[in-house]
Design a binder for this molecule. Structure first.
Ligand code: 13P
Length: 250
């Protein structure tokens, strides 16, 4: 039985003060939920202050990106060791905004996934098709190649990963995939992992759905057999809506 995981991707939102306030409210609101992993992913500037206030609570910390190298002349970048230093457990990699706005390719994502695992960070690897690709009937081809190329060479360690299926057309649009559409792609992702890394890894890997998850649709999405929780954008920016989504994960 896979433990569900609900993560809030705060994207480029929240000053330090706002982030600490939100983290405290989330921490206090989910302290009784040891049956689900709850993660908050603030912007870099708020990682350390949020880490301090959620220390010794079940709430876990994630970053939204990182560089694959350990250190060096990479102006503006953050290394895996720096994330470990502030007690990050998770790191979102290959989010569609990173792919479309900052040119991240599957090869770049693959290097980052390997670096994250080496540093004992759990990658949340994002994949998903655009509206154009879905309408052209290319969803399966696109998602399959993103999974294969992003996870190339990872082997059985895939069992430790989280994969987030985030159809680009559903991100921030208010238009979520139906539970059936999402389940279909989640099942496909698990089959791709099975072919690449074996049955045990496929059974263990957690696959989150992301894209306009709200309190009103979370329960139905999370009830599907291959949907192991959610990666939440807009609805994670306020504690009440995020906590209601956490409550939908049973
Ligand atoms: P929204 O929940 O705002 O659609 O964002 C989803 C997302 O991109 C999470 O990473």
């Amino acid at each position: 039985m896979r433990k569900k995981i609900v993560a809030g991707n705060w994207k480029m939102n929240k000053t330090v003060g706002e982030a600490v306030e939100l983290a405290l409210a989330v921490r206090d609101g989910c302290s009784d939920r040891s049956d689900v992993d709850v993660v908050v992913c603030p912007p870099f500037t708020a990682l350390k202050p949020v880490s301090d206030v959620i220390a010794n609570s079940p709430l876990k910390l994630g970053a939204q990106n990182m560089h694959a190298e350990k250190s060096g002349a990479f102006t503006g970048e953050i290394s895996p060791a720096m994330l470990r230093d502030v007690y990050c457990h998770y790191v979102i990699l290959g989010h569609s905004e990173r792919r479309s706005l900052f040119g991240e390719t599957d090869a770049v994502v693959n290097r980052k996934v390997k670096a994250a695992l080496e540093h004992h960070l759990i990658p949340i690897v994002c994949v998903g098709e655009t509206l154009e690709q879905r309408e052209a009937g290319q969803t399966e081809t696109i998602v399959r190649s993103q999974v294969e190329d992003s996870l190339e060479g990872i082997g059985e360690a895939v069992a430790r990963l989280v994969i987030a299926y985030e159809p680009v057309w559903a991100i921030g649009t208010g238009r979520n995939a139906t539970p059936e559409q999402a389940q279909e792609v989640h099942h496909l992702i698990r089959e791709v992992v099975r072919a690449m890394c074996g049955a045990a890894a496929a059974q263990a890997v957690r696959i989150q759905y992301g894209g306009s998850v709200k309190p009103s649709n979370a329960r139905e999405l999370f009830a599907k057999p291959d949907i192991d929780g959610g990666l939440i954008g807009g609805a994670s920016l306020e504690a009440p809506s995020f906590l209601e989504i956490v409550r939908a994960a049973v």
